[in-house]
Ligand binder design. Sequence first.
Ligand code: LLP
Length: 418
Amino acid sequence: MHEFRYKRNYLYCEDLKVIDLARKFGTPLYVYSYKTILDHFLKLKVAFREINPLICYSVKANSNLAILRLLVKEGAGLDIVSGGELYRAIKVSCPSERIVYASVGKTDKEIEDAIRRRILFFNVESLSELESVNRISKKLNRITNVAIRINPAVEPKTHRFITTGSLSNKFGIDFQSAFKILKLRKRFKYLNLCGLHIHIGSQITEITPYISAIAKIVNFIRKLKKERVSLEYLNIGGGLGIVYDKETPQTAQEFAERVLPLLKKTELKIILEPGRFIVGNAGILITQVLYIKSTSKKKFIIVDSGMNDLIRPALYGAYHKILPLHITPTAVQKVDVVGPICESADFFAKDRSMPKLKQNDFLAIMSAGAYAFSMSSNYNSRPRALELLVKGDKVYIIRERENYNDLIDREVIPDFLK
Ligand code: LLP
């Protein structure tokens, strides 16, 4: 599943002992495994080889340039959602014809930049956005490729904050409205309405919501064909769940076996937008125990990483395994693992059974490759962590630790206050 394993009681990332990295580079520290990222990308590629889809890695999951470059070099495309992500895609020389652009709120400037770059297509989420892309294309005298994001009204059975495919979510366009738009497509003279897109949510561990969403889309494509609306692409989004704790998500192979028969019926070029599946288990966050504090009710392990480094537990109540970098035989105790930030939501684990810990021990917060660093912040004026990429017995700094000056670099005290 991943390349973080114990050897002789020490946690390793590929061929390197993580505790050595923690001592050398300090904490909080993100460590990513090259091989784990690559393996997961290849798992999907192999599972779907029969139809050779374009796999557009979802940049938001982890947008570090080194990780993007690694995947682009392997032939991945990129799924972007902002001008900033387009900028990153350009920086890693991602070919334009491998970039797809979603988001319910693209600005005119973002749309114009992406049109100029001739990306593969926009995933358009509303009628007014469609009108904007048409207007801007006209101004630039370009025909722009567009896929309509359909909201297929399915319940993906994941955390309510990360479902996107039901009609109470802000995402996509319902079938009926999409049908009308596609029938009237000639109205949009500067658009080539060439595809459909769905993305029903994230961390989906059951296959049934995918099947029902894709089956609905396949029917819709059939209906469109009857109306002589032909398309070129079907983008089935991302969302594949991973193991954080006791989940048993579908493997890439199982997923492919179930959805391929449906996808093949469409005869369209297929796009996938996985994020978490590729990087989720490929990263860990290393932290050091600062203090151990007991109250009459609880025992707290206070560590030097906080919700600014990894907000998933605070935001979604998400579970991340926490492992010591060095195992010593000790009794188990129930503790809360908490950060130094002035918020009660600043925790990594509650009432968790952990081996007995001492001050200065190092811990690894597992499965922190996706939506971890990319959602980090400077809250409480904490510089963002250093990021390392390990490949075999080699280690590379892929983002320097921020310093105090980085925190205030853009701030200005107006003259009248001086
Ligand atoms: N495509 C679209 C249009 C998306 O909105 C997303 C994720 C993806 C692809 C990639 O989804 P994935 O394969 O990574 O599940 N911050 C949350 C997850 C938010 C997902 C947002 N959209 C978390 O930490 O769980």
